[in-house]
Design a protein around this ligand. Structure first.
Ligand code: AMP
Ligand code: ZN
Ligand code: FE
Ligand code: FE
Length: 275
């Protein structure tokens, strides 16, 4: 088995750790490979790359794109993270995130939670999301934790929720491919429409996160990956201390799964940066 993490977040999106904290953590955990997959941004990668040299960890650039289909998050690996055109597109995605946050804040105010964009807008380095609304509610003393905010207000179906304004799964997959990367379906147990997976494969989906930290029915997903000839990817979805997603960092995957992933990553122009 190999210990790796292909799904982590920093404070460039809704994590609480700096990229260098992740590198340090990866060194301590003895990870074979660490990939940063912030939401709709690659801006944390240069910092990770610097820190990785210091801490002797191998790293790659990734991304997580939350699509307009509820729960369908597409991970992208090995994309040309220094492309200005990619950054421009991602900046549009982030503008849509801000708009959604503003709509949710309007709802929250009408529910009696006095909270403005200024309370939320300063916290993330790049990419805003629901966890930042949760943090602002906690900071104002209106709620106790991110978890409480999601449970009472921010999860799908709760009174503060607004649907994602993100791209379609097709757009997300095509974007990743057009910038030299490959796409994997994150935490597949969360999605509601798994019958759509064959359609996404037609559009270029190449992997499935069959080694997610708290994946339900892992064998079912690993079998599906084999049946559909998909790569298996693995990750913890670590969001840093205090985030509510900080229990696990690093997951174990079989050697052959690791080798397959590495082969695909090395075929990308901006693939792996070895320690
Ligand atoms: P958004 O991108 O704004 O839709 O927010 C999605 C993010 O919220 C996920 O990536 C998680 O970081 C976080 N999240 C989702 N559900 C929960 C929850 N129940 N508790 C804490 N964080 C959550
Ligand atoms: Zn997140
Ligand atoms: Fe996700
Ligand atoms: Fe994630």
């Amino acid at each position: 088995m190999k210990k790796i993490d292909f799904h982590t977040h920093s404070h460039y999106s809704d994590g609480t750790s700096r990229p260098e904290d992740l590198a340090r953590r990866a060194e301590k955990a003895g990870l074979e490979l660490l990939i940063l997959t912030d939401h709709d941004t690659v801006a944390g990668f240069p910092e990770l790359l610097e820190a990785a040299k210091l801490h002797q960890v191998s790293v790659a650039c990734g991304i997580e794109i939350n699509t307009a289909d509820s729960g369908v998050h597409i991970l992208g690996y090995g994309l040309k993270w220094d492309s200005p055109l990619l950054m421009e597109t991602l900046s549009d995605f982030r503008a849509r995130r801000r708009l959604r946050v503003e709509k949710m804040l309007e709802k929250l105010r009408s529910l009696g939670f006095p909270i403005d964009f200024e309370d939320v807008g300063q916290v993330s380095k790049e990419s805003l999301g629901r966890p930042h609304i949760a943090d602002a509610l906690v900071k104002k003393g209106l709620l106790k934790s991110r978890q409480e905010a999601f449970d009472r207000l921010l999860s799908g179906g709760k009174p503060g929720y607004v649907e994602s304004l993100g791209p379609s799964p097709k757009e997300a997959i095509e974007l990743i491919r057009s910038f030299g990367g490959f796409a994997s379906l994150a935490h597949p147990h969360i999605i509601k429409k798994s019958e759509k997976i064959p359609e996404w494969i037609e559009w270029g989906l190449e992997g499935l996160e069959g080694y997610y930290a708290d994946l339900n029915h892992p064998q079912k997903w690993r079998n599906l990956a084999q049946e559909k000839n998909l790569l298996l990817t693995g990750g913890s979805d670590f969001h840093g201390p205090g985030s509510g997603r900080d229990k696990v960092f690093g997951v174990e995957i079989p050697d052959e799964v690791y080798q397959e992933f590495l082969k695909r990553l090395e075929a990308c122009p901006h693939g792996i940066y070895r320690a």
